[in-house]
Design a protein around this ligand. Structure first.
Ligand SMILES: Nc1nc2c(ncn2[C@@H]2O[C@H](COP(=O)(O)OP(=O)(O)OP(=O)(O)O)[C@@H](O)[C@H]2O)c(=O)[nH]1
Ligand SMILES: [Mg+2]
Length: 383
């Protein structure tokens, strides 16, 4: 499907940049245009793949290109002020060839966390195409301000988009590695998963049951939060198979069915973009990618039945993403409208605690300051 990507803030810009790199590297055409929007000039300069003319600095009169330091209310204000500029930047690049918008933002910071929901609301008013969000959740070790920002932004963002994909940095960072060191790896994981989803329907090759953009759109219809599972496996060469199993034939045929069903099982049981209870999902979409002869129809049908038994809803779609020269078979399972997400509860709890603490500190500071000033009654003020 053809996507107009908007990377808002640092995380948003970097992830969008990784998508452009991925699309260029793999020859996929799903990124029609990618626009990076930020209040920090240095973040925009640091991008590597989004063309210079598609990097938009906003809020310059307010913050002089220095970012907004994790103040997401301010981030929302800047976005509101700059909506017209952003909107014209989008219009100038053209939206007639697209199937959907995707607004990507880190929800823990200020610029993207505050700006993304504001932009989503405007885009949904202006365009008929669906507007999706991809929200990156902060890691626990980033502190409670980030959790508070994420909890607040999330609640707004989910209502302003047609569907919100979540990705949890905390679930994905590796042990011993700080989140910052891990960003390159994490962003690669993000684009691999979403690349399969968005790339499907734009395949350059023909196949039996190719996934269409409308199947992705219908799975996402109804809104809420979505999670994605993924698994991949390298294909053994035929020489390898012959050597170990003698003549191929029935063995290989059987194998392609089992391969798809077991890959789908692994995609579901493995780490999701946001850990959640998938049995609460309303809809699901299974995509199998790889060389056409490996994409077993029977394997797909069996997997669809299995996922249907697993989720609350009944709408399970499935299809192929043929990649003639692929060396791997990969499956992606999209769970749409999931409702049991422990990490959101956790963010809300930490956020509420932080909010109380901030209020407490403010009133204490006021009282102490008053006391401090009251003790110096003998000194006359300057004015
Ligand atoms: N996955 C991923 N997360 C990132 C990346 N860069 C930053 N983050 C996360 O995004 C959150 C911070 O948001 P940023 O995008 O840096 O903030 P911003 O939108 O630029 O806003 P301000 O800098 O506060 O003005 C933190 O939770 C980071 O862990 C990245 O490249 N990849
Ligand atoms: Mg920033």
């Amino acid at each position: 499907m053809r996507i107009f990507m908007l990377g808002y803030g640092q995380a948003g810009g970097r992830v969008a940049d990784s998508f452009v790199e991925f699309a260029n590297r793999t020859g996929q055409k799903f990124v029609v245009r990618a626009l990076a929007i930020n209040t920090a000039r240095s973040d925009l300069v640091g991008l590597q793949n989004i063309p210079m003319e598609d990097r938009l600095l906003v809020g310059e009169s307010l913050v002089k290109g220095h970012g907004i330091g994790a103040d997401n209310e301010f981030g929302a204000e800047v976005a509101t002020d700059e909506l017209y500029t952003i909107q014209s930047a989008i219009d100038k690049r053209g939206t007639h060839k697209i199937d959907a918008f995707l607004i990507i933002a880190g929800l823990g910071g200020g610029t993207g966390s505050g700006g993304a929901p504001v932009l989503a609301r405007r885009l949904r008013k202006l365009y008929e195409e669906p507007v999706y969000g991809l929200g990156v959740l902060p890691s626990k070790d980033e502190g409670s301000l980030y959790s508070l920002n994420a909890a607040r932004s999330l609640m707004t963002f989910v209502n302003e988009v047609d569907n919100l994909f979540l990705f949890d940095n905390d679930a994905w960072k590796k042990g011993g590695e700080s989140v910052k060191e891990a960003f390159t790896d994490i962003n690669e994981e993000i684009v691999r998963r979403f690349g399969l989803l968005f790339g499907a329907g734009e395949a350059n090759e023909v196949g039996q049951m190719v996934v269409d953009a409308s199947e992705v759109i219908n799975t996402l219809k109804g809104g809420g939060i979505s999670a994605i599972g993924y698994a991949a496996e390298e294909i053994e060469s035929e020489g390898f198979l012959k050597k170990f199993f003698g003549k191929k034939g029935s063995l290989e045929k059987m194998d392609s069915v089992t391969r798809i069903t077991s890959l789908v099982r692994r995609a579901v049981a493995g780490r999701l973009t946001i850990p959640c209870d998938v049995s609460t999902a309303e809809k699901a979409l299974i995509i199998a990618a790889g060389p056409p002869k490996e994409l077993s129809r029977k394997g797909m049908e069996k997997s669809k039945v299995r996922i249907e038994e697993m989720i609350r809803g009944t709408e399970v779609r499935g299809g192929d993403f043929p990649l003639v020269k692929g060396q791997h078979v990969a499956t992606t399972v999209l769970f749409s409208g999931v409702s049991d997400i422990p990490r959101i509860k956790e963010l809300q709890e930490i956020g509420a605690e932080a909010q109380d603490k901030i209020k407490g500190v403010l009133s204490e500071k006021e009282r102490e300051y008053k006391e401090l000033m009251d003790t110096n009654e003998t000194i006359a003020p300057l004015f």
